[in-house]
Design a protein around this ligand. Structure first.
Ligand code: MTE
Length: 308
């Protein structure tokens, strides 16, 4: 398999999703017609998304090939290299998302319609897996809060529940009972509305590859990576706390909150250090993955050992 080189992202422009999509379509057509080389001026705007988000880290970004080859996506196998090999069976266009539960705008939305009004920007976030490895990923996407506001949740909406597609033909790993399917995740409403929480549609200026959760996934940078559910097919506003897949599979090991916490070990290993993919020596894990000043107040007064 051939992986693309990192594009140089230099502009500070935020690109409206529909403009971004049209440019992508133009580029595909242009590439097909062999005119890309003569339209250099057009190539740059395709990748012109902001890299100056105040939320972005300036830590060294993980290589594109590591982000796209070293994956967890159990719907396509349990080995890290399985998703890159197997996820081609997932058809991501057309794609619909069911909006359900305690809100005024429920319905089945085409992805294009759902994303039309949003502005796609780049945010470089640290990403910490519960298994002890970490990456720095330049996501393309937008704040989840923008989408939630449009769906007008009512006063009963205390949580947001996300589900991945359930389709064992397209996701053959769903025939194995390693987890209950479909994959489920959830956030408390204030976590979901937090400006750091994003819906990602791309990485390094390109659309998400299937193995990374195309066409859209959640990214919650202060929580362990399993909260960042891939290939979202339904979003539901609930009064009660959702039971997420990993909690269901092993409730003593994985909780609902799953905030990155070096002081609360996993029952089978320490969480005090992490290995940044591409580095040799381990580094110390930061409380809330380094986002404590932004998010610690959400958990004021909570015993984080109990609510792990
Ligand atoms: N989403 C779905 N639908 N299925 C999964 O198996 N794995 C989770 C999360 N989202 C998973 C998922 C886990 S355990 C991690 S660490 C991250 O995706 C990995 O994201 P990445 O492969 O893009 O690094």
């Amino acid at each position: 398999m051939i992986f693309l080189n990192k594009p140089e992202i230099t502009d500070n422009e935020v690109t409206d999703y529909s403009v971004y999509k049209k440019r992508r379509q133009f580029m595909k057509t242009a590439a097909g017609l062999g005119i890309v080389a003569t339209t250099g001026a057009v190539i740059k705007p395709l990748f012109s998304q902001s890299n100056s988000s105040s939320f972005s880290t300036d830590e060294e970004k993980t290589d594109y090939k590591d982000i796209t080859r070293y994956c967890n996506f159990y719907e396509f196998g349990t080995a890290k290299t399985d998703p890159a090999k197997n996820a081609h069976t997932l058809v991501t266009s057309p794609w619909t998302i069911d909006i359900e539960g305690e809100c005024d705008k429920p319905g089945t939305y085409d992805l294009e319609d759902l994303l039309k009004p949003v502005s796609i920007e780049e945010r470089i976030y640290r990403f910490r897996c519960v298994e002890g490895w970490s990456m720095v990923i330049p996501w393309m996407g937008f704040p989840l809060a923008e989408l939630i506001k449009r769906m007008q949740p009512n006063a009963n909406a205390k949580y947001v529940k996300f589900q991945t597609l359930y389709d064992p033909d397209m996701m053959p790993g769903q025939r194995d009972n390693v987890l209950e399917w479909p994959y489920v995740e959830g956030l408390r409403m204030d976590e979901a509305m937090h400006p750091l929480t994003m819906i990602a549609t791309g990485i390094y200026g390109k659309d998400l590859l299937n193995q990374n959760g195309a066409p859209l996934r959640l990214v919650v940078p202060w929580k362990y990576g399993f909260k960042s559910i891939k290939s979202i097919a339904s979003i539901s506003f609930t009064e009660t706390q959702p039971y997420n897949s990993w909690q269901q599979s092993s409730p003593t090991e994985y909780g609902f909150y799953s905030n990155v916490n070096p002081d609360v070990p996993h029952p089978r290993w320490s969480q005090s250090k992490e290995r940044r993919i591409g580095e040799f020596l381990k580094r110390k894990t930061q409380p809330f993955n380094g986002y404590a000043s932004e998010v610690a107040s959400l958990y004021k007064g909570m015993d984080l050992k109990r609510y792990f």
